[in-house]
Write a protein that binds this ligand. Structure first.
Ligand SMILES: Cc1cc2nc3c(=O)[nH]c(=O)nc-3n(C[C@H](O)[C@H](O)[C@H](O)COP(=O)(O)OP(=O)(O)OC[C@H]3O[C@@H](n4cnc5c(N)ncnc54)[C@H](O)[C@@H]3O)c2cc1C
Length: 272
């Protein structure tokens, strides 16, 4: 089946075309869409492209960081104000993938992909959707029912820059280093006030169909100091409420077995 390509100059026109057809896909970096084309995926007939340069902008707006949805992983690694996110972008694929793969595309990537999205979830990002001015959509809300959002065009992603960059931690667990796909990724945002954690957010990639928050872990960490006893309790609750997937990288059983170990390493900032 031939695939039709439609190219737009204005974001709102691309958004309208995308929402009008269930058989359309938006082409961002194309690392997944073009793979699907090459594999003769029959689930879409139209590719929507956008030629708006602002789609790739990175802006600092006061306390907030605004990433155009078309910003690539390589652009994040290269940006001096995004040093806290560089370790996340740096472990996504190899150099060729990072040059193409975008932040927006990562939001829609099926598990076990979605490492960057797990980080955005821990940071409590907000998605700005094309053609919908006003309130942005919290990333938690977007991911809760991601399939229903297949026809929306994400324009940009806003995230508050951590006051203390060390409050944000990220680890990717993979069998092949440095560029293997995730057995799991873990992102934690643990701001402290008076030595106690306030507003803990912990998210996993590859532990559910979309990146997901580890709410049991968050409850244990909230209001605590990051001491050995708290870390033990958090590690013991690492998979509470989770039914991790089995895929070619790891079984559900394996993901369950190792999640606590990796969470503990992240919380103790142990280097591997
Ligand atoms: C070899 C290889 C290794 C990889 N390694 C990793 C990895 O380590 N970690 C990881 O997380 N991922 C990995 N990926 C997956 C993928 O490259 C990334 O998830 C990437 O961020 C997807 O972005 P993209 O711009 O290429 O998406 P595209 O292929 O352009 O699009 C993917 C999907 O998202 C939709 N989409 C894209 N942008 C938008 C938007 N702005 N609004 C609405 N819908 C949109 C598209 O319609 C499509 O359905 C890998 C892929 C390959 C091929």
């Amino acid at each position: 089946m031939p695939v039709k390509v439609e190219t737009y100059d204005r974001t709102e026109d691309a958004a309208r075309a995308l929402s009008a057809s269930r058989s359309a896909r938006f082409l961002s970096g194309g690392t997944l869409v073009m793979r699907a084309v090459n594999e003769a995926d029959q689930s879409f007939e139209t590719i929507i492209r956008l030629r708006d340069a602002s789609f790739r902008d990175i802006r600092i707006e006061g306390e907030n960081l605004v990433l155009g949805a078309g910003v690539t992983m390589a652009a994040i690694v290269a940006h001096r104000d995004l040093a806290f996110l560089a370790p996340v972008a740096r472990v996504i694929g190899g150099p060729a993938i990072r040059n193409m793969a975008t932040v927006g595309g990562n939001l829609f990537a099926a598990s076990p992909y979605g490492d960057f999205t797990a980080a955005l979830l821990a940071l409590g990002a907000t998605l700005n959707l094309a053609g919908q001015s006003g309130r942005g959509m919290p990333i938690d809300e977007f991911l809760r029912d991601r399939d229903r959002n297949a026809g929306v065009l994400v324009q940009s992603i806003s995230v508050a820059r951590p006051r203390d960059a060390s409050a944000f931690r990220f680890a990717k667990v993979s069998r092949v280093k440095p560029k293997g796909v995730s057995v799991m990724s873990i992102a934690a945002f643990l701001p402290q006030s008076g030595g106690r954690i306030t507003g803990a957010r912990v998210a996993y990639g590859a532990m559910a169909p979309t990146p997901i928050r580890a709410t049991a872990v968050e409850r244990i960490l909230e209001g605590q100091t990051l001491d050995a006893a708290t870390i033990e309790r958090a590690a013991a609750a690492a998979t509470e409420g989770f039914d991790p997937p089995t895929d070619s990288l790891a079984s559900s059983w394996y993901r369950r077995e190792v999640a606590g170990v990796h969470l503990k390493r992240l919380l103790t900032a142990e280097r591997r």
